[in-house]
Ligand binder design. Structure first.
Ligand SMILES: Nc1ncnc2c1ncn2[C@@H]1O[C@H](COP(=O)(O)OP(=O)(O)OP(=O)(O)O)[C@@H](O)[C@H]1O
Length: 261
């Protein structure tokens, strides 16, 4: 993280956050004592073994789930309810099949009671930027997996949120489409510099996009290391050829493997 970012105000944070799920067959400790800071305008990724609580952490930060203990804040205020200041992109099953692409992108406008006259031009502009012009009136079933995720990203950006939370947004895509979309996301982010928090299993993707990568332990998820990625921006496909890029991905992989039981 650059000095400039270290000095930026904190947009999202948790302090000693724990989450225990109580189910009929017993309790599951998903998160233990997690404290993180996401500075305003930064791109932070969270990586860790499957089941280590990454989605749980993101859901708490989206105010979709509550913590069992500890605190979560946005802009220094405790999180209470989902907000139009936070856009969320999930892995899949995110578009409503009976609505058109445009109607899907406009859903948050309905949810937050925004004027259609303002929202529709923005939705159309976002779709155009994402290469989806001409598909506004199509149904999601007419789209490829990559196009569906582009639509989901447009929807998350509709309210011009301060924060973008993404849970494995490219997880269900083939490797090439995944790479293409992560490069597109990089371009969008470098243009707007919204505060972004990404959950990913792809360590290359995490290092390519992020200012900081947070590595979590297996369940119960704890932060085991926070790694600053100081690779120069703008970044692109060539960044992956840098020796520093390879050292960073190797270090993160070793950390995750060393935690395996
Ligand atoms: N609603 C729930 N009720 C009970 N247990 C849950 C619930 N949601 C998650 N868990 C459990 O909490 C743990 C953490 O789950 P979570 O989905 O946050 O992990 P993850 O790191 O995102 O996993 P993955 O990388 O596989 O998506 C898992 O053991 C999971 O079974």
């Amino acid at each position: 993280m650059t000095t400039e970012m270290k000095d930026a105000p904190v947009m999202l944070s948790t302090r000693n956050l724990s989450k225990i799920y109580r189910t009929r067959s017993g309790t599951i400790e998903a998160l233990r004592d997690v404290s993180i800071d996401v500075p305003k305008g930064s791109f932070v990724s969270i990586v860790g073994a499957s089941g280590c609580g990454k989605s749980t952490l993101l859901n708490v930060l989206a105010a979709l789930e509550s913590a069992s203990d500890g605190h979560a804040f946005r802009n220094g205020k405790p999180l209470v309810a989902p907000s139009r200041e936070v856009g969320i992109v999930f892995q899949e099953h995110v578009l409503l099949p009976w609505l058109t692409v445009l109607e899907n992108v406009l859903l948050p406008a309905e949810l937050y009671g925004l004027a259609k006259e303002d929202s529709e031009p923005r939705a159309r502009a976002l779709l155009k930027l994402s290469g989806l012009e001409g598909f506004e009136q199509r149904k999601p079933s007419d789209l490829s997996g990559g196009m569906k995720q582009r639509t989901a990203i447009c929807r998350a950006l509709l309210t011009d949120p301060q924060v973008l939370l993404m849970d494995e947004p490219f997880g269900a895509l083939d490797a090439l489409t995944r790479e293409e979309l992560s490069l597109e996301l990089l371009t969008i982010w470098e243009r707007d510099r919204k505060t972004a928090l990404l959950i990913t299993h792809d360590i290359n993707e995490a290092v390519l996009l992020s200012d900081t990568v947070i590595v979590m332990s297996p369940r119960p998820g704890r932060v085991i290391e926070t790694i600053d990625i100081n690779l120069p921006r703008p970044r692109g496909p060539k960044t992956e050829l840098e020796p520093e890029f390879r050292q960073l991905t190797h270090h993160i992989k070793s950390l995750i493997f060393s935690q395996r039981h």
